[in-house]
Write a protein that binds this ligand. Structure first.
Ligand SMILES: Cc1cc2nc3c(=O)[nH]c(=O)nc-3n(C[C@H](O)[C@H](O)[C@H](O)COP(=O)(O)OP(=O)(O)OC[C@H]3O[C@@H](n4cnc5c(N)ncnc54)[C@H](O)[C@@H]3O)c2cc1C
Length: 308
């Protein structure tokens, strides 16, 4: 039996795992994909360092967890934003995932999807996987996106599942294109894209080149990341030297911005049995630092319960 099970190996789940490692509490991490990082993935293409997911982050105050992870010099400022700054990771956001992954020594069950969780008795939970496997745990940290957590929580308490029913996203493919500056004219306006931006990031884009990042909504005409890539290339009359498109159906959660969302989360937290905590970007952790801090806090809460 696993003492604690973490469901989801994105940033929040990895931060929870890191905290349990620090507390020396045994746990198992379950991740449906074959890699850790969730919505964070970086790739080196030629001399370009690209991010397919999270790229620019709002920072308000120091992120103390970075020096703890050996990443004291990882951030580069992109400029002022509100009363803080926008920052990016020098070698891609994957730097943070890699640093956290190095701290994880517990078993990781990759390519395993949790389908439901239930309470077996006052101190014991059951976790069912889509492949038919079942696990027992004394504590659970749920960090999967709401559209999957909805099913998991329904079996624990239907009110919890219903509270996350129809959680909305704005699925957008992220397209990255690298061009020689001399070949690139001004970017077109009124493109119909979610965004189209040009970057010359000294650490990540070679001299005399420009990185174009575009957000393309998939719809009935654009159904694949490849089609999203082609759509952006058609808008820009130059030949890219690198290209990449990445797509997530849970990119850009919308429901978390609704005014009633905080009250829904209060209800969920109040109804969850002791020993089960939900955390992550679809819930209360909007920013990267909040995902790390809330993942770690979830680990401390569940660890305290399991040890009580
Ligand atoms: C394309 C894209 C671009 C982004 N750009 C930015 C940006 O520029 N700035 C910014 O601040 N934020 C950005 N974000 C948001 C940021 O990346 C996320 O908020 C953050 O990475 C979320 O981490 P998380 O661990 O909470 O969730 P996730 O990364 O979604 O992790 C959840 C994990 O749970 C796993 N999982 C799902 N279902 C199951 C299951 N049934 N069983 C087991 N595991 C399961 C998933 O595979 C995933 O690994 C972006 C996100 C995306 C997708």
């Amino acid at each position: 039996m696993a003492n604690i099970v973490i469901i989801g190996g994105g940033l929040t789940g990895m931060a929870a795992a890191w905290e349990l490692e620090r507390l020396r509490i045994p746990y198992t991490l379950i991740e449906v994909k074959s890699r850790l990082g969730g919505s964070i993935i970086s790739e080196r293409r030629g001399d370009f360092q690209l991010d397919g997911g999270g790229f620019l982050f709002e920072q308000y105050g120091a992120w103390d967890f970075l020096p703890e992870l050996g990443l004291a010099d990882a951030l580069v400022s992109y400029g002022r934003y509100r009363d803080g700054e926008l920052v990016y990771f020098r070698d891609g956001t994957q730097m943070l995932v890699d640093a956290l992954a190095k701290r994880i020594t517990a078993p990781i069950m990759y390519r395993m999807a949790v389908s439901s969780i239930g309470q077996l008795d006052a101190r014991l939970f059951g976790i069912c996987l889509e492949n038919g496997l079942a696990l027992h745990a004394r504590g659970i940290i749920v960090t999967a996106p709401a559209r999957y957590a909805e099913h998991m929580l329904y079996s624990l308490d239907p009110e919890l599942g219903l509270a996350l029913l129809d959680y909305r996203y704005d699925p957008v493919a992220r397209v990255s294109l690298g061009y020689r500056k001399a070949e690139l004219a001004a970017l077109p306006e009124a493109t119909g894209l979610k965004f189209l931006e040009a970057y010359t990031l000294p650490e990540r884009v070679p001299a005399d080149h420009v990185l174009i990042r575009a957000g393309v909504r998939l719809d009935e005409t654009i159904t694949t990341p490849g089609a999203a890539l082609a759509k952006v290339k058609r808008l820009i009359p130059a030949t890219p030297v690198v290209e990449w498109a990445a797509y997530w159906s849970e990119a850009d959660p919308l429901t978390r911005y609704l005014p009633e969302h905080a009250a829904v989360m209060d209800m969920i937290d109040a109804r969850l049995p002791s020993g089960v905590v939900i955390a992550g970007s679809d819930y209360r952790a909007m920013r990267l630092d909040q995902q790390v801090e809330q993942g770690r806090a979830a680990a401390r809460t569940v660890a305290a319960y399991v040890g009580s």
